[in-house]
Design a protein around this ligand. Structure first.
Ligand code: C5P
Length: 225
């Protein structure tokens, strides 16, 4: 019989980038592949959790046994996340765009000879992780965030954990040359209430299983489903 220590628990994972439209044909985006988030959703499901994966636009197939909700924008992602509540576990892996365009054009913006380029005004997107981590009746028991940093990875992640109010932060170095963004492997520092823990370089799938096992250990005794 399968070892399912998360049977009876529910989990929400966000993954991938968001695309913030400029007009019907253009968007602002980022280089997130969704691989790490999809692997985490899959690992939580393998350990028995009922998983909802809220995914931005990625080129990945739905993980087996996971309920996938596909969205485009940060605002859509926030709405889908709220709809998935309540859950026991939330893991925010998505690279949500920090800003969206204020006043998206409903027509393609035309390039006109001699005219100056358009000026785009940005507004902040909702911070989904901070929303989930805020105290309230629907706060998940365990809220995990990611911190992609290019320098001062550990210090930045410790600050981010406090600022976001989440329980754990998984910090990774995405500086040029690490090949984390889009690559198959990841090296992270897990920040919990007990401080930082350096993990070795792992395949994203192995890192996901290790994190899911760690989450199961945090919950302790399995619930009887
Ligand atoms: O603030 P920053 O983007 O550096 O924090 C990264 C963490 O916050 C990740 O877990 C990411 O999924 C989450 N996040 C979010 N909504 C945002 C921005 C970041 O959930 N708008």
């Amino acid at each position: 019989e399968a070892w399912e220590p998360l049977a009876g628990r529910t989990a929400l994972v966000t993954a991938g980038p968001t695309h913030e439209p400029v007009d019907p044909v253009r968007y602002l985006g980022n280089r997130s592949s969704g691989l790490q988030g999809y692997a985490i959703a899959s690992a939580l499901a393998v350990l028995g959790a009922r998983v909802t994966l809220v995914s931005g636009p990625v080129m990945l197939a739905d993980p087996a046994g996971v309920d996938v909700v596909r969205v485009e924008t940060g605002v859509e992602m926030e709405r889908a996340v709220r709809t998935a509540l309540p859950v026991d576990i939330a893991v925010c892996v998505a690279a949500v765009a920090d800003w969206r365009i204020d006043g998206v054009s409903d027509r393609k913006i035309k390039k006109q000879a001699g005219a100056p380029p358009p000026v785009l005004t940005l507004v902040s997107n909702p911070d989904i992780l901070a929303m989930l981590a805020a105290p309230g009746p629907e706060r998940p028991a365990l809220v995990v965030g990611f911190a992609a940093e290019t320098n001062d990875v550990e210090a930045g992640a410790i600050t981010k954990r406090a600022r976001k109010g989440c329980d754990w932060i998984v910090a990774n170095d995405v500086s040029t040359g690490t090949n984390v963004m889009g690559g198959q492997d990841n090296r992270v520092i897990l920040i919990t209430e007990d401080g930082p823990e350096r993990w070795p370089l792992l395949a994203k799938t192995d890192l996901a299983l290790r994190l899911a096992e760690r989450i199961a250990a945090w919950f302790g005794t399995p619930v009887m489903a």
